[in-house]
Design a protein around this ligand. Sequence first.
Ligand SMILES: Cc1ncc(COP(=O)(O)O)c(C=O)c1O
Length: 405
Amino acid sequence: MNYDEIKNLEARAVIPTYERMPLLAVRGEGCHVIDEKGKRYTDFLSGLAVNALGYNHPEIMQVLRDESESLLHVSNLLYHPYQAPLAEKLARLAGLDRVFFANSGTEVTEGAIKLARAYAQKRYPGRAEVLAVENSFHGRTFGALSATWPEKYRKPFEPLVPGIRFVRLNDVQSLKENFTPGVAGLMVETIQGEGGVVEITEEFLKTAQALCRANDALFICDEIQCGLGRTGRMFTYEKFDLKPDVVLVAKPLAAGLPLAAIVARENVAQAFSPGLHGTTFGGGPLQCRLALKVLEIIEKPGFLEHVRDVGEWFRHELRELKKELPIIHEVRGDGLMIAAELTVPGKSVVEQALEAGFLINCTQEKVLRFLPPLIIERHHVRELMAALEPILAELAAEARQEVHA
Ligand SMILES: Cc1ncc(COP(=O)(O)O)c(C=O)c1O
């Protein structure tokens, strides 16, 4: 089927929860997505931070081929060879002890809320509150949604899960005021992704961790978007030497297949016992074997340095462009999690970039967000900048005309 046929069929057959870009993707190669007519798009989105190793990575493809001939699924009633080694590796990398595997970011957020309550209720009966941070995004299922800030996501589904409250972003006073004895845990995206690539201050994160320690509440870092190499470290919280009790990872973990993990400290993990939590698909052999390979590649010498180097240079180029085009209000980010906040809506920039052969994203209406594969090279960035410059210059000219009209 061609693009129009697929588009028309989807309009009739798919529940309309997504606004799709006009692109029928049929193949991927390295940092490129290829449409049905053979047009190549340089990908600065990575399937929403999932395709960290790009497309068709030869080592990933080899694992897929090997495992597809042995075992795809066995359920969590049996052992298989890859879950335990992956758990051990993730725990070691995070400086923690045990892992629960699930399928998506929202599902591990859900699990972390349950874990915080299970941990607290064994020790402090009745303690059940979870703090989240304003402007956060943790997912779409009820618990995760209740910890997600934008009203437009939450309001239509009320009543939500009780006992989840928000503290003001980067406001230490708000953190202290809200940290009442009923708090079982605090969940924070170490860098907010959907919220517009907003960095959380060191002071806020360290105060949150200290308050959790002092109250024996869980300090939970949601590294679902910013973790596993995205910011040039295995985990973003390493930047501030934090020691979370629970770390959540998902998106890039299994190279494009669904896999997510709750990584927890030993005494916290013991709050779950057989039957208290579970999932049919989580931690299957194919996904776990892929994830072992993904981590092996991220750990290779030079990989994370490359992320830091290209990311820094990318932000430098955006800042240079900002000097010429004040329509760029602010450049933010860390590693290859980057945003250019505009003074005007960015939807048309995304559309024109797509026409020019670049996949980018806009969040929070005005924030151009760049989440390229971590294997992106400087020349890809240079090509994007060359395409963005005239698009933004024209938008700036239009904005000036509107002001004068
Ligand atoms: C920080 C963060 N947490 C949780 C989620 C939810 O993950 P999923 O879409 O896999 O349920 C996302 C998704 O964008 C995210 O960015």
